[in-house]
Write a protein that binds this ligand. Structure first.
Ligand code: SAM
Length: 281
């Protein structure tokens, strides 16, 4: 491998990371897995040559996908994670003492196994938490068949290519809606709007048909190149209206200090710039 890793997600835009060391490089049944070491971002996980998560900036993404719905809802007990094989989402969910049960449905056991070995800081013990039930399956199949009852469904998927493609369909979103408990919240990894605007528009069109409150919120993760990333948000609850004071009260009882998330960032994340608003159906 050359001493630079170039991400191959877009035809006309790329980012490159200097490779100080290749720690792992293998094909699983589903995708090509690599872990490289970069001076600035630490260990970097790539799947099919797309950056998935890094030691250096993973907390921004994982905290924003998890703490926004859980603190907005206020009484999340049962969580479903789709994807998330590196364990970062599970790590942040399990920090919430009120969470009683987490089901994590990951299609590729290889991602879990080698994340435990090469990226243990991402899961930080989550896979050993008795509240976690790990299911190796296609998230779309699971969602079609589950009994549901989830207060939060977090879709930490790859982009809509390869195995991840099925997680961006109306059918999947419809099954996710059915799997939510009353007032539950669906959050999805929905790409970087500046480069993947169509993906967001398509998801939001489906969300608007399914949920009373359908929008997205933003956070900027340096290695998700091209500007702020969108998190799809769908719920029939009035959770977006949660006050800053209520969030601050809930935040004060967390018992840990997030790297990125706080109540002001939470509320501000839903303030969408014009170009993102214009992508909403
Ligand atoms: N945070 C990253 C991002 O924003 O691109 C995603 C990280 S996580 C590694 C993505 C996970 O989704 C991978 O472990 C991949 O195997 C999993 N995945 C992809 N398609 C899936 C499917 N249909 N069902 C379940 N998991 C899937």
């Amino acid at each position: 491998m050359s001493d630079w890793f170039t991400e191959k997600l877009h035809d006309d835009f790329a980012q490159a990371l200097k490779v100080d060391r290749v720690l792992f490089d293998s094909e699983t049944e589903h995708q090509r897995l690599r872990v490289i070491e970069n001076a600035r971002f630490g260990r970097v996980l790539t799947l099919d040559d797309v950056v998935q998560t890094t030691e250096g900036d993973n907390a921004i993404y994982h905290e924003m996908m998890v703490h926004v719905p859980i603190l907005a809802h206020g009484n999340v007990r049962r969580v479903l994670i789709v994807g998330g094989g590196d364990g970062g989402i599970a790590r942040e969910v399990l920090r919430h003492k009120g969470v009683e049960h987490v089901t994590m449905v990951e299609i590729d056991a290889g991602v879990v196994d080698f994340s435990k070995q090469y990226l243990p800081m991402l899961s930080d013990g989550a896979f050993d938490d008795p509240r976690l039930n790990l299911v190796i399956a296609d998230g779309a199949d699971f969602m079609r068949e589950t009994e549901g009852g989830f207060d939060a469904i977090l879709v930490d998927s790859t982009d809509p290519i390869g195995p991840g493609e099925v997680l961006f369909t109306d059918t999947f979103y419809g099954h996710a809606k059915r799997a939510l408990a009353a007032g539950g919240i669906l959050v999805t990894q929905n790409g970087v709007p500046f480069l993947q605007g169509e993906e967001l528009t398509n998801s939001m069109r489906a969300f608007k048909a399914l949920f009373a409150d359908a929008t997205c919120y933003l956070a900027t993760i340096p290695t998700y190149a091209g500007g702020p990333m969108a998190f799809g948000w769908g719920t029939d609850g009035n959770h977006r209206a949660v006050s800053l004071d209520t969030l601050a009260n809930r935040f004060s009882t967390l018992g840990f200090e997030p790297y990125y998330y706080n109540p002001e960032v939470h509320k501000g994340a839903f303030g969408l710039p014009g170009y993102v608003r214009r992508l909403m159906p």
